[in-house]
Design a protein around this ligand. Structure first.
Ligand SMILES: [Zn+2]
Length: 112
């Protein structure tokens, strides 16, 4: 979200920012809220290293699969998929997620 905010701020005066020419690489599969934002932003390609399939509701479905049809329609021209990369890199990304989610949630709760 922060990265997309910064990009949009930089391109706000551009009448044709050609968002689909951009590629976003991220360590973690975007959550449904970030995916909705990506659909509105229209960044062309999103590749994530690690998909969090450990949540009870995830199962075999990606967060993209679980978006409402309207958002999937908005993002129908975008590429949003798991990156093809080494297992070691996926494991590092998973560890970053596991080690950062708890403190991130606590920081958020402390803020509000
Ligand atoms: Zn998110």
């Amino acid at each position: 979200m922060v990265l997309l905010n910064q990009l949009e701020d930089q391109l706000c005066d551009d009448p044709a920012p050609r968002m689909r020419d951009y590629t976003l690489f991220t360590s973690q599969e975007p959550c449904p809220m970030c995916l909705a934002r990506i659909c509105f932003n229209q960044v062309g390609k999103v590749y994530y290293v690690y998909r969090d399939g450990s949540s009870p509701e995830a199962g075999a479905h990606t967060n993209w699969d679980r978006l409402p049809p309207g958002f999937r329609g908005l993002g129908s021209r975008l590429v949003i998929e798991e990156a093809q990369c080494a297992h070691e890199l996926k494991e590092i990304s998973r560890q970053v997620w596991i080690n950062s989610i708890g403190p991130s949630i606590q920081r958020f709760l402390d803020r509000y």
